[in-house]
Design a protein around this ligand. Sequence first.
Ligand SMILES: Nc1ncnc2c1ncn2[C@@H]1O[C@H](COP(=O)(O)OP(=O)(O)O)[C@@H](O)[C@H]1O
Ligand SMILES: N[C@@H](CCC(=O)OP(=O)(O)O)C(=O)O
Length: 359
Amino acid sequence: MSYSYQRIVVKIGSNVLTLFNGLPDLERIAHLVDQIAALKKRGLEVILISSGAVASGRSMITIPEKKDNVAARQLLASIGQIKLINTYLSYFEKHGILCSQVLVTKEDFRDRLHYLNIKNCLEILLKHRVVPVINENDVVSVTELMFTDNDELAGLVASMLEADALIILSNVDGIYTGDPNLPGSVVITDVRKGNEEIQSGISISKSSSGRGGMVTKLGMANKVASLGIPVHIANGKKDHILSLILDKKIEHTYFHPEKQVSGKKKWIAHAWESATGSITINQGAKEVLLSGQARSLLPVGITEVCSDFKKGDIIRIMDTSFKLIGVGIAEYGADKARERTGIKGHKALVHYNYFYLVD
Ligand SMILES: Nc1ncnc2c1ncn2[C@@H]1O[C@H](COP(=O)(O)OP(=O)(O)O)[C@@H](O)[C@H]1O
Ligand SMILES: N[C@@H](CCC(=O)OP(=O)(O)O)C(=O)O
């Protein structure tokens, strides 16, 4: 039996789209587009996260700078992205499908308003049967504005669009028990919450053109699965990989989804690192939040409002030793929270539905 997904996010890594010599693998790109077109015929909505701008640029110009140099990356991506998107455009056109270019930075996901702007943009594209081709805007994404890599971006988009699944295509068959090049290593096919064994197998190595490596794929996949979205990691170099995954006919790594959470909670899970406000809470409040029960954070449990925030901001919730417990959306601002600190009978500062436990 096949997976009955309606909306999927597919992320394709640089190395899937490039040949050993660094030149774009046009046959592979054409074949991936054919597969996406076939899925659209089956009635699926597909959102594509495509790396490959830097790799494409590298095939067009020779520069003396080191590959991690910021200016070099900007130059290569600026040249390469236009080539990449033109390649997609011409291949999708052959199927009578429109594709679009969406370039984003981490900043576009930080506050709720920007986040909803992007979400609305992607929804309108999907409504008009367009395949969004999303990449990080490497030309303006520098240092702290950068995603760890496109796997992080793919996780964000899958959560934002409440996708039925996220498929990560790399140049390996999935996550292996050890270095994929060593003879004893095998693909881990099923990952469930609390699977510790998987972490130890992952080495820090990555492919020649990749950015984050398998470590970020694992972290992102765990997070996305914890928000209720299944994640597949498979080999994009294999022919017909997308239908083989969907029809359960190929071995790869599958992350089982946990219970679905609300759209707002999905946003908090991805955006909390940019939270500004923070509070500390006492032991009783900490136990309540960690109990797993649907209990909100009342101001009686607050011990200190450490930094300012407004109603609607994401705040960090720490214990009295400043250890982070979780994050949540503030129902009112820091001034009111200070007035109510340690006092009974006031409305919750963070509602249970808008609280996210940080591991
Ligand atoms: N345990 C592991 N299982 C699979 N791949 C691993 C593992 N440890 C390290 N890797 C490396 O991670 C690479 C994939 O990550 P990355 O280079 O970022 O790919 P992509 O460009 O597809 O994002 C593989 O080519 C492999 O060399
Ligand atoms: N945005 C960059 C890709 C960065 C990245 O995450 O690459 P990869 O690890 O191959 O998915 C580009 O288009 O070259």
